[in-house]
Design a protein around this ligand. Structure first.
Ligand code: HSE
Length: 424
């Protein structure tokens, strides 16, 4: 039996899940691959903190050098989260010739070139299936299974917190209540900013796009809008028209350049990812040969994430080849001027003659074409009423310019603009 001596960096929820899964699967590893994993050292911040798994205290350490300098340890699994010190610790492990398995999207999205360079220098492996969409094998799909394709686009629901909140809002909850419920259930962090404002999805989209398009994509290349200004009312008006609101991560290649966006968008209900609800994730990939495929499952949680981490550990142990990522590409991929999409405007306007004419005058001035107009109810005296205007797909810059003028109209109160993807 071959024993792989490993170390963990961190022992939080995911680390504990990995520890448990290694134990649950140990007979299978022995019988299938004649393999055993030994977790020799675990780097923690606090030696005395109670933990969800039983680990003998003499395996815990607060000194990362004990792991770097241990020649028996050939595989290190990282669960610390955050960019630093995690990235530097991983780089040191790789430079010491130890393969690294990580679930850390922030460190990867921000320090990938130097981690990859360290791995190439020593021939150690860098594995990161768990960094995007927890238990969904999307990294392996892009790195390996779709090598025969030119990927044309990716559209994903890659943040479970946002998807949960939007799903609850579509059932009638206000944003604040849905967020509070997600926090009570442990789906959203006490500080939900990284999830609801899109930073989490931005890191994940940068990683997926780098693999899908073979270009070095950083978080700065991704345009990002969060979900915190959305209203239950707008979701329900969209639902009445046959649309589902999702926080989407979208990457498209056009003429060799990329468009990379994270933002809320309405999708027609018939789109396959429109029905992926709650905390579930989905990634919809279009390739030139395979056409459309969709992967869906749990994008977070200790055991789904452990599923990806442990599979990567088995790949390291069985020496399965992991293609290195080339970071030579230098042109910036973001291309805002060619961004074309449909729009859903939820406006509150004074209910009097001439308001619609002014609105349409502005749309016409910028060459925008309305696809539908609805005023769901009449106003009581002096009250503003909701008006929903959708446009056919148009240039982003023209829509932005029109919105500045629409917001300046004295008859117009609030204006909520939501993009529409995959409109006919
Ligand atoms: N917080 C993330 C989500 C999971 O809500 O999907 C970890 O990336």
């Amino acid at each position: 039996m071959k024993t792989i001596h490993t170390a963990f960096l961190g022992l939080g929820n995911v680390g504990c899940g990995v520890y448990r899964l290694l134990d649950m699967q140990k007979e299978a590893f022995a019988s299938r691959s004649d393999l055993a994993f030994s977790v020799d050292r675990i780097l923690v911040r606090d030696l005395d903190r109670p933990r969800r798994v039983k680990v003998s205290r003499d395996r815990l350490t607060v000194d990362v050098d004990e792991i770097v300098n241990d020649p028996d340890i050939t595989l290190v699994a990282e669960f610390m989260g955050g960019i630093e010190p995690a990235a530097t610790y991983m780089e040191r492990m790789l430079l010491a010739g130890k393969s690294v398995v990580t679930a850390n999207k922030q460190a990867l999205a921000n320090a990938w070139p130097r981690l990859s360079a360290a791995a190439m220098k020593t021939g150690a492996g860098l594995y990161f299936e768990a960094s995007v969409c927890g238990g969904i094998p999307v990294i392996e799909t892009l790195l390996s299974s779709l090598q025969s394709n030119r990927v044309e686009s990716i559209m994903g629901i890659i943040n479970g917190t946002c998807n949960y909140i939007l799903s609850r809002m579509s059932e009638g909850m206000e944003y604040e209540d849905a967020l509070a419920e997600a926090q009570e259930k442990g789906l959203a962090e006490p500080d939900p900013t990284a999830d609801v404002e899109g930073a989490d999805a931005t890191c994940k989209l940068a990683i997926l796009s780098t693999l899908a398009f073979g270009k070095s994509v950083t978080v700065d290349d991704v345009y990002c809008e969060g979900i915190s200004s959305l209203t239950r009312e707008a979701l329900q008006f969209g639902a009445d028209m046959g649309y589902t609101l999702k926080s989407l991560a979208v990457a498209k290649e056009k003429d060799g350049r990329l468009q990379l966006h994270v933002h809320p968008a309405f999708l027609p209900n018939r789109h396959p990812i429109a029905s992926v609800s709650g905390a579930y994730n989905a990634v919809y990939i279009r390739g030139n040969a395979v056409e459309d495929i969709m992967l869906s499952g749990k994008g977070a949680g200790d055991m789904p994430t452990a599923s990806s981490v442990v599979s990567d550990m088995v790949k390291v142990a069985t020496r399965q080849v992991h293609p290195a990522v080339d970071f030579q590409e230098s042109n910036r991929p973001y291309l805002d001027e060619d961004w074309i999409c449909g729009n859903f405007l939820c406006l509150h306007v004074e209910d009097k003659s001439g308001v619609m004419a002014k609105l349409f005058g502005i749309l016409s001035h910028y060459g925008l074409s309305a696809a539908s107009v609805t005023q769901p109810r009449r106003a009581e005296k002096a009250e503003r009423v909701p008006v929903i205007v959708t446009t056919y797909p148009c240039r982003e810059q023209a829509m932005r310019a029109a919105l500045v003028d629409i917001r300046a109209l004295p008859e117009v109160g609030s204006v909520l603009r939501i993009r529409m993807e995959e409109m006919e």
